[in-house]
Design a protein around this ligand. Structure first.
Ligand code: ATP
Length: 310
């Protein structure tokens, strides 16, 4: 558990984080979102002691972070940032294994871990492990940065716009990978993003910040259905709320157990938002649905977007 209590941090007399309190449960996926300069990155850096608060306290697993040794913090908290911060004179392998080496893991274990992480982040180990950062694209560097954060299997992951420089296809696939990592590992993840769709897709709880304070926090559905003020409404994009709500639900919950119909099938794991897009582009009123194994799973009708069939 991470307990942030009345934390304040100023730079040159200007508050970046103001009297902020927030508790993050073990295994929770929290997304920090907000306007530029609202204090998101500062808050993340206060959690792993890259910055110290002017006042207030931060506890990790019941103990103030100031009482954790630097080694404990490095082991327990992984940190990935948009600007990556890879060591330029180290190979990909050396960069990823920085913390395991500090923790004196055996060589063979480190080698295997690097291969495993590169594969997880869709980088071929043979091709990439001996390259230097300047021999990688921006997006590949970002992925190595995420691999480095995961290397020592920390129980808390802090991610500051980790997918910022990626094209939409790679971004969506790594978002999916991160959601899987979260589901399988039960890690606590705190992710900063500017992208409301990324926040809605990944966060169990979204925390919206402005001027160093929390404006609203809640589930993705709370944000879309009960924005507390005009600022929140504007942030979630009032005109797209309906579409974004469809993005929160999967086809699986709406599909009817009817015999297969002809046409290109859509997967039951897709969102209703994807289904809407398919209805419109195919000018269809109903779509055949298949499960993850490609087996017929029923039919989705356009009206099912509004409510589950009875
Ligand atoms: N090292 C620093 N020295 C001086 N001011 C700083 C420093 N770091 C951050 N700030 C200021 O603190 C405020 C909060 O910055 P922070 O980087 O936390 O915002 P952010 O919400 O992450 O912004 P963005 O979304 O643009 O990355 C900003 O006004 C910024 O200029």
């Amino acid at each position: 558990m991470i307990e942030i209590s009345e934390v304040r941090k100023s730079f040159n007399g200007w508050p970046a984080v103001s009297e902020l309190s927030l508790t993050i449960k073990n295994g929770e996926f929290v997304v920090l979102i907000g306007t530029s300069g609202s204090g998101k990155s500062t808050l993340l850096k206060l959690l792993n002691r890259l910055l110290e608060p002017d006042s207030g306290s931060i506890r990790l697993h019941g103990k103030p972070v100031v009482e954790h040794s630097p080694e404990q913090l490095r082991r327990r908290i992984g940190y990935a940032i948009q600007s990556v911060g890879l060591f330029p004179h180290w190979t990909v392998e050396q960069n990823i294994s920085a913390v395991p080496v500090l923790l004196k893991w055996p060589k063979a274990k480190i080698h295997d871990r690097v291969s495993e992480l590169l594969e997880l982040l869709h980088l071929s180990p043979e091709k990439f492990r001996h390259r230097y950062p300047d021999q990688l694209s921006g997006g590949q560097q970002q992925r190595v940065g995420v691999a480095r954060a995961l290397a020592a299997d920390p129980d808390v992951l802090l991610m500051d716009e980790p997918f910022g420089a990626l094209d939409p296809v790679t971004r969506a696939s790594l978002q999916q990978e991160l959601a899987n990592i979260h589901k399988l590992s039960g890690k606590t993840i705190v992710l900063v993003t500017h992208d409301i769709d990324e926040a809605l897709a990944l966060g169990q709880r979204i925390v919206l910040m402005d001027h160093g304070r929390i404006v609203q926090q809640g589930t993705p559905r709370d944000f879309l259905l009960t924005p507390e003020n005009e600022f929140v409404r504007e942030f979630v994009g009032q005109s797209d709320v309906g579409i974004r709500l469809l993005g929160l639900d999967k086809i699986a919950g709406r599909v009817r157990g009817e015999p297969p119909i002809p046409g290109e099938p859509i997967r039951s794991s897709s969102t209703l938002r994807e289904a809407l897009s398919a209805f419109i582009t195919r000018k269809a009123h109903s779509l055949p649905v298949v499960d993850e194994q490609g087996q017929a799973a029923g039919v989705l009708h356009f009206s099912d977007l509004l409510e589950a069939p009875r």
